[in-house]
Write a protein that binds this ligand. Structure first.
Ligand code: PGA
Length: 241
């Protein structure tokens, strides 16, 4: 059986005291033990979160990183810097990074980090029925990697039109895309890898719709933005399996 994962992408929210408070509240929640839970605070709060969550099953992820090992990249953070503060998972390719900061997939390199790799179509692309092609193109960079690298890859399908908009893909739309992604993995590798890869759905997941979405056969959990900022909502989503 595949891992079930719920990851909270805090985006540019939570100062030091707010982080402490949210994590305190989260630690008080009873969370479904069979679900792997991540939180992704801002870079400046990573060490603090790692320290505070030590001894709990909740893992800390970063929201981005640079593919270069070091050097002239003002304002950027490398994999070894993240590892140095105890962070071994990173969200890559979030649509806000792609659209606001013109980031592409090209910089994807194996840095011995676990990746939560985000991708998904925009509204126009779905309306034009291009969403499968768009997703296939976004995944192409991953399909260049050796099969072994997939041990460290979690996929997160996030249709851009559903992020932060309150509009969610229907469970059927999510399932249809997740099944397509599995098929793509099978065609590029093999069926056993396709069965193994964890595929999260992201985009306006909340306590009221999580259960329906997570009940879909190929949906293994969620990447949660807005609803991850409130401990009780985030816990309700974790417990929606
Ligand atoms: P949302 O964000 O849950 O607020 O729609 C999801 C994401 O951006 O990962």
């Amino acid at each position: 059986m595949r891992n079930q994962i719920v990851a909270g992408n805090w985006k540019m929210n939570n100062t030091t005291s707010e982080t402490e408070q949210l994590l305190n509240e989260l630690e008080k929640q009873s969370l479904n033990q069979s679900v792997k839970v991540y939180v992704a605070p801002a870079f400046t709060q990573l060490s603090q979160a790692v320290r505070q969550l030590e001894g709990t099953p909740i893992k800390v992820a970063a929201q981005n990183m640079n593919a270069a090992a070091s050097g002239a990249h003002t304002g950027e953070i490398s994999a070894s810097m993240l590892q140095g503060v105890g962070v071994h998972t990173v969200i890559l390719g979030h649509s806000e990074r792609r659209s606001l900061y013109a980031e592409t997939n090209d910089s994807l390199k194996d840095k011995e980090m676990e990746l939560i790799f985000c991708f998904g179509e925009e509204l126009e692309q779905r309306k034009e029925n291009n969403h499968f092609e768009v997703v296939r193109a976004q995944l192409a960079v991953l399909f260049e990697l050796p099969e072994k690298a997939w041990d460290q890859i979690i996929l997160a399908y996030e249709p851009v039109w559903a992020i932060g908009t309150g509009e969610t893909a229907s469970p059927e739309q999510a399932q249809e895309m997740h099944a397509f992604i599995r098929k793509e993995i099978e065609e590029n590798y093999n069926s056993s890898l396709a069965e193994k890869v964890v595929i999260l759905y992201g985009g306006s997941v909340k306590p009221s719709n999580a259960q329906e979405i997570f009940s879909m056969k190929d949906v293994d959990g969620g990447l949660i933005g807005g609803a991850s900022l409130k401990a009780s909502d985030f816990a309700a989503i974790v417990n929606a399996f």
